[in-house]
Design a protein around this ligand. Structure first.
Ligand SMILES: Nc1ncnc2c1ncn2[C@@H]1O[C@H](COP(=O)(O)OP(=O)(O)O)[C@@H](O)[C@H]1O
Ligand SMILES: [Mg+2]
Length: 347
């Protein structure tokens, strides 16, 4: 195998901080509890300027600083902070109950940071339990799943998804029994399910909840359901549909619904946006960066991202990478103008 210059240098220099780049860097997709634990523990470390290639030198495509600005770390937006508190309250309320636990629904439009929030909640609880009770291989406080794809007919293999996350060998027959046993023994506190919008039909959702209800009733875990339109998918399955209501009553379940949204342009929302910008500002590792540089272009960022977390993150990340590559090392209006995100480019 031929090593690149950078890989050879890293292999030679055993004191080099950072990973041995023997394969192209990719994001981590946690498929089981071991990978998830590793992800929760490795809060992407920010590179330091003093450890980076000196200013003015040519930056390769594996430069740690360039890679770091490709996604930046999750910043604790006001939405995340508030959600953390509410989820903690619900977990505390559920913790001592064997039956009658209430779940949480995380709803909101595309690109508003739902999945990121869900992961932040998971990481928080994984770390919190590990620091409270010490690390323990046998504890699995958080289970993180996506709605599994349909297999035979329109059945989804939920049992298989749980079993795989728990690191159980594939057995013949239904692993539900052993999933429940494992979750009880591992003291699972939270089950986070993303991609609820994939349950498109009412029948599909009902089948899913037939299974999830069993797991929820038989274990101590609090469930969080996340996805676009999750409220209207999940709610009908968690409420009493039998009792006849008064004319004035609204049919509504009792799960807490957390709703993310874009940061709009009202005065209050603009204040939130400004706070988020400051959080991103503190994450940048650029040679010419001055504190509050992003504040100077906050209005531009707000208009161009229209307040969506995904656009905002992309704009800042791409501008930072352009600034590193070009040697400008600072995010300015001119650099942001070079980002083509969301634009039609005539060729
Ligand atoms: N709090 C945050 N801090 C940093 N980046 C964020 C944050 N929230 C969202 N993002 C960025 O926005 C992108 C889209 O967010 P995501 O959570 O996938 O939205 P949704 O699930 O609502 O479609 C993420 O990949 C991430 O890069
Ligand atoms: Mg998502």
């Amino acid at each position: 195998m031929d090593l690149t210059f950078e890989e050879e240098r890293l292999l030679r220099d055993t004191s080099a901080a950072g990973p041995l780049l023997l394969a192209p860097p990719t994001p981590l997709w946690p498929l089981d509890c071991y990978e998830w634990r590793a992800l929760a523990e490795s809060s992407l470390h920010a590179p330091k300027l003093e450890d980076s290639a000196p200013e003015g030198s040519k930056v390769g495509s594996l430069d740690p600083r360039l890679l770091f600005h490709g996604r930046l770390r999750t910043v604790s937006t006001p939405a995340i902070t508030k959600a953390q508190r509410l989820v903690a309250e619900q977990i505390m309320a559920n913790q001592q109950r064997r039956h009658g636990k209430a779940g949480i629904i995380l709803d909101g439009p595309r690109g508003t940071g739902k999945s990121t929030l869900l992961q932040a909640i998971g990481v928080h609880w994984e770390r919190r339990l590990s620091s409270l009770y010490g690390p323990d291989e046998n504890r699995i406080p958080v289970i993180v799943l996506s709605v599994p794809p349909p297999t035979r007919g329109s059945m989804r293999n939920w049992a298989g998804a749980f079993a795989r996350f728990l690191g159980q060998e594939r057995e013949s027959g239904d692993p539900t029994e052993s999933v429940i046993r494992a979750m009880r023994n591992a003291r699972t506190l939270l089950v986070l399910i993303d991609g609820i919008e994939r349950l498109r039909t009412a029948a599909d959702a009902e089948l899913a909840f037939q299974y999830l209800d069993v797991i929820s009733e038989e274990t101590g875990a609090t469930f969080v359901y996340c996805g676009r339109g999750a409220q209207f998918i999940v709610d009908p399955l968690t409420r009493d549909n039998d009792t006849k209501l008064d004319d004035t009553e609204q049919l509504r379940g009792d799960h807490m619904v957390l709703r993310t949204s874009r940061m709009g342009f009202s005065p209050e929302e603009s204040i939130v946006f400004a706070r988020v910008i400051e959080l991103f500002d503190a994450e940048l590792v650029l040679y010419q960066h001055q504190k509050h540089d992003l504040r100077e272009v906050a209005e531009y960022l707000h208009t161009r991202s229209r307040g969506y977390m995904r656009s905002l993150s992309q704009l800042i990340c791409q501008a930072a990478q352009i600034a590193i590559r070009s040697g400008e090392e600072r995010i300015t209006l001119e650099v942001l103008e070079k980002v083509s995100l969301g634009r039609v480019v005539n060729l």
